[in-house]
Design a protein around this ligand. Structure first.
Ligand code: B4P
Length: 188
């Protein structure tokens, strides 16, 4: 299974990606996690990414695309993968199509987790209290949601046009969302 996981910040992408990837027997690849690991490790990539992430902006496409290409070429992604948080705009989606064509493979599904703005804001503010992520403050969350609406939401239509879109309700209990996701991908 080769799939991308879409949805607004706080919809539960990271939370569900690990569970779903486990079920599918493929690696979960989170661009956000890779960036955060690089920030923590003090690498050049981390230094670049931090500038953008801390304000809620997207990290520039050339940086993100090169990182994903490199990751998808690794052996563990050969038989399948679940991409969490990538693509984030139409340009990244087109680039992903090119990467997959170069690898002579294609996507099986684009899974969108839906959740309303009030709920995701509440979740992210709660996470701020627990993890202290500097992009989980109220003004930065607002900016991330604006960027989501302007840049990422158009991907719904993009993948619908490719007949790959699967929408799953992300509201409610984490286990219930997982069950819905598994039911949705089982038919794919
Ligand atoms: P991400 O790491 O993708 O962060 P996110 O959108 O907030 O989602 P995340 O996966 O962390 O949260 P989740 O919804 O699971 O991106 C962070 C930043 O990295 C971006 O702003 C950008 O700067 C950069 N970036 C990443 N990818 C990029 C790309 N492709 N291009 C450019 N830049 C990129 O969970 C949120 C909270 O909700 C958690 O605390 C969780 O416990 C809770 N939660 C989840 N499900 C719940 C449920 N059902 N009920 C209650 N709480 C729930």
């Amino acid at each position: 299974m080769r799939a991308v996981l879409l949805g607004p910040p706080g919809a539960g992408k990271g939370t569900q990606a690990a569970r779903l990837a486990d079920r599918l027997g493929v690696p979960a690849i989170s661009t956000g996690d890779i960036f955060r690991a690089n920030v923590k490790g003090g690498t050049e990539l981390g230094r670049k990414a931090q500038e953008y992430m801390s304000t809620g902006a997207l990290v520039p496409d050339e940086v993100t695309n090169a990182m994903v290409r490199d990751r998808l070429e690794q052996d563990d992604a050969a038989a399948g993968f679940l991409l969490d948080g990538y693509p984030r705009n139409p340009e990244q989606a087109v680039e992903l199509d090119t990467m997959l064509a170069d690898l002579a493979v294609s996507l099986d599904a684009a899974i969108e987790i839906t959740a309303d703005v009030d709920e995701v804001t509440t979740r992210l503010l709660k996470r701020a209290q627990i993890e202290g992520r500097d992009d989980d403050t109220e003004p930065v969350i607002r900016k991330r949601l604006e960027i989501y609406a302007a840049s990422t939401a158009p991907l719904t239509a993009y993948y619908q046009g490719q007949s790959l879109l699967v929408q799953v309700d992300g509201m409610g209990d984490v286990d219930d969302v997982t069950a819905r996701l598994i039911a949705a991908v089982d038919g794919k």
